[in-house]
Design a binder for this molecule. Sequence first.
Ligand code: ADP
Ligand code: MG
Length: 317
Amino acid sequence: MEFALIDRIRRRAAARGDVVLGIGDDAALLRPAAGCELVATCDTLNAGVHFPSETVPFDLGWKTLAVSLSDLAAMGAEPAWCLLSLSLPQPDAAWLDAFLDGLLELAVDHGIALVGGDTTHGPLSIALTALGQVPAGAALRRDGACVGDDIWVTGVPGEAAQALAQWRSGVPVDATLRARLDRPTPRVAAGLALRGLATACIDVSDGLSADLGHVLRASGVGATLALEALPCSAALALLGRDERRALQAGGGDDYELCFTAPPARRADVLSRLAACTTPVSRIGVVVAGDAPRWVDAEGRTWCPPRAGWQHFLESPA
Ligand code: ADP
Ligand code: MG
């Protein structure tokens, strides 16, 4: 049964010139480009924790790859190969086909090849390892933010969390918001464009304030952020001020990039991200200190109500 499923996957996996041996042997053989470092990342999605159990398989396939592509994007890496570990309650070929439709649509968009994995019987759980490449020394890391740097964020953090909040409260979820939650757009082109420009970068998966906090800790700096500068969508604008701010700064599941860059490079940030049609907002400045401080238009400090998603502390969706 497992082999029939693996065969379905193998038949659909696209080739790349640098895949010496793909699905079918004990392990894949890959040929990294000369002068490049390998960038490796792994993410797990568990039913009921990382996605509502009724998420359709297409969206699950899409999101499985999207979250890992987002990690590669945050490193400034070019996606190359991935491995897929599937734990499935039943050998359901229709489910698998729809899951692969979603995963492979995004894989084709980004030229990433599925080169191996594992297929087992058990509670629904999906893990994907993605490998990318970056010229040696050019990766975007968390530890390079400097006092005086601007802080930027792509897209509109908060919309995915707004979709989740609607879903949890039982109201019909707005379709645009639902797409933000189920089919996030990994900012791969933006990550590549930021090489040699961003001093530090992270992808926003656990909430903007919490993830920026990781950059600040790694870099040994603090930040002052302007609530008024946060990007706002039509849907977020419908919320009350505090609820909106909580989602914008604390939401999660955004898969946007938050990065720092010297103020002298503002024009370059804007032109390079415009060239890859990625919306970007300048939301603050790096200062001496050790944590993000949010201020409103009157200069009053505001504290996000939660410090981002933490496993083992919170109950599932
Ligand atoms: P092994 O017993 O050596 O682990 P498997 O029977 O698990 O081999 O897998 C056979 C081949 O199929 C391997 O090349 C493996 O990488 C690939 N494979 C298994 N499951 C998946 C999957 N879910 N996605 C992609 N490739 C897979
Ligand atoms: Mg195996």
